[in-house]
Design a protein around this ligand. Sequence first.
Ligand code: DNO
Length: 343
Amino acid sequence: MKMTFRWYGEKDSIPLEYIKQIPNMSGVVTAVYDTPVGEVWELDKILRLKELCDKAGLEMEVIESVPVHEDIKLGKPSRDGLIANYAQTIRNLGKAGVKCICYNFMPVFDWLRTNLKTVAQDGSNSLSYCHEELMRLDPKNLHLPGWDESYSTDELNALIEAYSGVNHEKLFENLVYFLNGIMPACDETGINMAIHPDDPPWDMFGLPRIITGAESYDKMIKSVPNKHNGFTFCTGSLGAGRGNDLAAMAHKYAKRIYFAHIRQLKYNGDKDFTEAGHLTSAGNLDIYGIVKALVKAGFDGYVRPDHGRNIWGEDGKPGYGLYDRALGAAYLNGLFEAVQKNK
Ligand code: DNO
């Protein structure tokens, strides 16, 4: 396993040298943020990022994310050109030594939460989700920090409307079409695609969500067996689905999991949750059991601590401050070492 840390490029308030100081940190997970979705990432921009990482002694082998244009998800005629652009981005990333690309296939919205600063008894704060509150939000006027893209209200209106003809089956077909279009670029470069699960893993505002648990994983492997078609195993996203057995999934798909986002949730009801510190004892997910299952089944991918709380007075980007994620990395390093030595 290689421990990594998400870094939002030069605009991130966390300097690379701080990230490098976290024990066992092999590299960062980052992206080119100033190229509009659908356009090719220029090699120069990618190499500039890589140079910064090299200078800090950190690898840049994982990209999160190369966003997928909505026309591809919608299956519009323009998708072929957009898929060709995506394939070219993969080739350019391959030239810079990238090995894994995290992406998602959620219509319109990325992750959704209702409160970005829920204060805990100890004074720390974290993200939380309340389903009833979410249902009261206006999807046409929704923007969350950390999303790779945001739309104007008019654009949102039009997009949501465009999805009225796209059900789960159609969306899944469009995913398969996309993957088949980019697999040749993955074969050439050796890059693994790692789809991020839908967060939370259920339909939102009438928009279909299709990567929600073990069934979706099976369907994806069956539809596109190429080994470069794999997963970002996000424990927080999948773990919000109460029916998902994360240790069983970790075990079953370990060899197709190229990237693991490991974090903890505390359930507050059937669907509601608050994000917690990474330790097993801090929430409802058995983080130890998940790591054990991954290691025992031969997982050999990248890991990153996922959303952290704001602690020690930090006022970080929601989920992406320095301190609690660093604590998460330290904890995960310990779990991996212990489990590996006991293997
Ligand atoms: C949230 C992240 C997601 C993730 C994308 C992957 O914190 O895990 O935004 O980066 O869904 O494409």
